[in-house]
Every structure is written in structure tokens, then in C-alpha cells.
Design a protein around this ligand. Structure first.
Ligand SMILES: C[S@@+](CC[C@H](N)C(=O)[O-])C[C@H]1O[C@@H](n2cnc3c(N)ncnc32)[C@H](O)[C@@H]1O
Length: 377
């Protein structure tokens, strides 16, 4: 493997590039970035080719902010004969580990859009050829690396693989979700995407369960509240704006015309316990929290929101939180990093799990998920 291919939202290539250089350097893996504005991808070539395998395993995909997908790349297959692309691809696939499946993709962008139909059509013959060559197998497919062939034009494609548990489960790294007609705003798709990406499918029903209590700060008109209500939860919706009547009619929403920075949930007495985390480190954790979920989509300065979220988590007001941090115009990666560094310094890495992503449905914001580890079981 030679490097990493990262998909990102077109226009965010420099942020994705700054992030991969910074994060790879923290693992003592150095290289250089090849990128083009509006291309929808960043290629990071490692000076030491063995480092690509280290990075694909050790970089936590769910903490890379701007990468929508992370692929270890063997090579750029170029000058392909349009009548026989399979032969050079099979030759390039020799250096890949045994895989489970293949996705034929293209980075998101106006220039590559016309390639999408071809990508879908080419998948079937390529999958058959890779199976015949014993490079991919349907046996225990979900546990094996997933091949990605990413076309830049009709003769040029990056070939590589992602690790299924450390990559996006979505084709092209894009969660294509159907807008629910009953939702009061399109923002609803942001929270839905965050849930689909950050919470394993098999845990969603227990971690977002009927009867649970949630607080939505900056709730109006109610797209995020809608996602919680449709999962049977009871929501305190905090905002000075107008909440959708359809949500109030469910009887599951209590509306507070309040400032999200001052609102406090109903406080119960908490018992704090001491235990050990997965690494055997001593940690203090609450026996329960006041509410199960905090979500927050207030348009506010990111460091103010980050501080508020840290306050809620630290005082065990909630056990899990999903919130947005608005991005500045410049140096977006460093602005997000500052907020996350502040939160991890305050909360520590032992008691909390963190995830962050510039989601497909996000524009000038990123979405963060933080959770008390004590409630992992
Ligand atoms: C992007 S909108 C939220 C959209 C909502 N998540 C949805 O899905 O419909 C931001 C909201 O934050 C609210 N807001 C901004 N600052 C606030 C504050 N300090 N306290 C409460 N709400 C606030 C605004 O009134 C606005 O309704």
C-alpha cells in the first residue's frame, strides 16, 4: 500500500489535507498530500509505504472530522483500455489482502457525476472477476476488507481497501436518507445521519429507546426533536422560536421558551461510583444521569457550545450527547481541533467516547457525539 485516499465534501479538501497530515504525524507516519480544490478527495502518500497499513488501522475513522471515507491505496491505475479495464485492475489487486466485496465509486463532484452510472454498471463484472481470481469472497464478507475502485475519469482509478469496522458504511461515504414528510425541517436529516453513523445499527433500539428522556437545545422548528419523538422518547424542547404543533400534539414534547445556555434539566440526586475502564484504569462515573440524551443545534460560537456540552456531560446531566459545532470561514480543522482538545482535556479520555464528523447533510458545521463509557453495556 502506498497511501490513503480520503473522500470529503467538495470545497473542504484543504481542511481534510491539514487534518490527515496532522493526525498521521501523531502516529509518526509522514508523507505528502496531493489534492485539488473542489475535487472531493485528498490523497496522502506515505514516505514509507508500510505506514499506509498502520494508518488505516490506527487512525480512528470516526474521529477524523473531514474524511467521509478512508481507503488504503495500492496504486493509481491509469491509461486503462476502455475495452478491457478488468486486466490492469486484477493485476493491481494482487497486492491487496483477501477482500469481502468491492465498491466502484467516484469522488463527489460535478466533474465526476457523469461517471456514476458507469461505476454502478461496472461493479457486477468487476465483482465476478475478483471472485474468480480469488481476491474477494462472500464468506464472512462483513469482516473482510472492502475493496474500493475510485474512478477519477474513465481511464484512471485508485484501487485500495477499507476496513469495515473503521470506515463509513455508506457507498461513497454518503448517507442518502429519505426526508420524512412529517418532519418540520430538513435539519432532521443531520441528526438521523449522525445516529446512523455513530451508533451501531444493532444498538440503536436500546440506546434510543421508547420512554427515554431527552433535551433538545435550539430545537425549533423541531427537526431534531422529531427524530427523538419518532423513536418514542420524551423531549424537553428549548428555544425561543416556534415549535411545530404536530410535535406538541404527540404529547411527548414539553416546550421551554428559554435560553439554552441557562436551561437545566430536572435534577435528581446522583450517586457517583468508582470502577475500571477497558484499560483497567480507575474511573469515577455516575450511577445514572438526569436525562439520557442531550442534542444541540444552536447557532452559536463553537467554543461556547463545546463548553456547555462539557458542562452537561461532566455533571452527568446526560449520558450521551450529539451536537453541532459551527465552522469558521478559515482554518476550519484547527478551530474544530481546539474545541475537541478543550473537551477531551476537561472530560478525559478514560470515561468518555468521542466521535466527530463533517456529515453529508452538514454544511458549515460538524457533528460531535460524546458518551459516558460507563453505559456501554
Ligand atoms: C439551526 S436552528 C435548529 C434547527 C432544529 N435543530 C431543527 O431540526 O429544526 C437553530 C435554533 O437555535 C436557536 N437558538 C439559538 N441560540 C439559542 C439559545 N441561546 N437558546 C435557545 N435556542 C437558541 C434558534 O432560535 C434556532 O431556532
Amino acid at each position: 500500500m502506498k497511501g490513503l485516499l480520503l473522500y470529503c465534501r467538495p470545497g473542504f479538501e484543504s481542511d481534510c489535507a491539514a487534518e490527515i497530515q496532522d493526525q498521521a504525524a501523531l502516529l509518526d507516519c509522514f508523507g505528502f498530500v496531493k489534492t485539488q480544490s473542489q475535487s472531493g478527495y485528498v490523497y496522502f502518500e506515505c514516505y514509507d509505504p508500510s505506514h499506509a497499513e498502520i494508518l488505516i488501522k490506527q487512525l480512528n475513522f470516526f474521529r477524523l472530522v473531514f474524511a467521509r471515507q478512508m481507503i488504503a491505496v495500492s496504486e493509481l491505475v491509469s491509461g486503462m483500455d476502455v475495452n478491457d479495464r478488468i486486466t490492469p485492475i486484477l493485476a493491481a489487486a494482487q497486492s491487496l489482502p483477501l477482500g469481502g466485496d468491492v465498491w466502484v465509486e467516484t469522488p463527489e463532484g460535478d466533474e465526476t457525476k457523469p461517471l456514476l452510472t458507469f461505476c454502478r454498471k461496472f461493479t457486477v463484472p468487476l465483482r465476478a472477476a475478483l471472485r474468480k481470481a480469488n481476491k474477494i469472497t462472500a464468506k464472512e464478507q462483513g469482516r473482510k476488507p472492502r475493496y474500493h475502485l475510485c474512478f477519477l475519469d474513465n481511464k484512471t482509478a485508485y484501487l485500495g481497501y477499507s476496513i469495515t469496522y473503521n470506515s463509513s458504511p455508506f457507498y461513497m461515504g454518503i448517507a442518502r436518507l429519505k426526508f420524512p414528510n412529517a418532519a418540520p425541517s430538513r435539519s432532521t436529516l443531520k441528526l438521523d445521519e449522525a445516529i446512523q453513523l455513530f451508533i451501531p445499527k444493532e444498538e440503536q433500539e436500546t440506546r434510543l429507546a421508547p420512554g427515554m428522556k431527552a433535551v433538545d437545545l435550539g430545537a425549533c422548528p423541531g427537526g431534531w426533536t422529531y427524530q427523538l419523538v419518532r423513536r418514542g422518547m420524551f423531549v424537553a424542547a428549548v428555544d425561543n422560536g416556534q415549535i411545530a404543533q404536530s410535535l406538541m400534539d404527540t404529547g411527548q414534547v414539553k416546550y421551554y421558551a428559554d435560553d439554552g445556555f441557562k436551561f437545566q434539566p430536572f435534577i435528581r440526586n446522583l450517586t457517583w461510583l468508582t470502577g475500571k475502564n477497558e484499560q483497567g484504569k480507575k474511573v469515577k462515573y455516575p450511577e445514572h444521569t438526569h436525562v439520557h440524551w442531550l442534542v444541540c443545534d444552536m447557532i452559536e460560537k463553537p467554543h461556547r457550545v463545546a463548553k456547555l456540552m462539557a458542562d452537561w456531560l461532566e455533571q452527568a446531566y446526560c449520558r450521551e450527547a450529539i451536537f453541532n459545532l459551527k465552522l469558521p470561514m478559515k482554518r476550519r480543522y484547527y478551530a474544530v481541533k481546539e474545541c475537541l482538545d478543550m473537551m477531551t482535556q476537561r472530560l478525559g479520555e478514560d470515561a468518555f467516547d468521542y466521535q466527530v464528523k463533517h456529515l453529508y447533510h452538514d454544511r458549515e458545521e460538524v457533528t460531535v457525539h460524546i458518551r459516558w463509557k460507563a453505559f456501554n453495556k
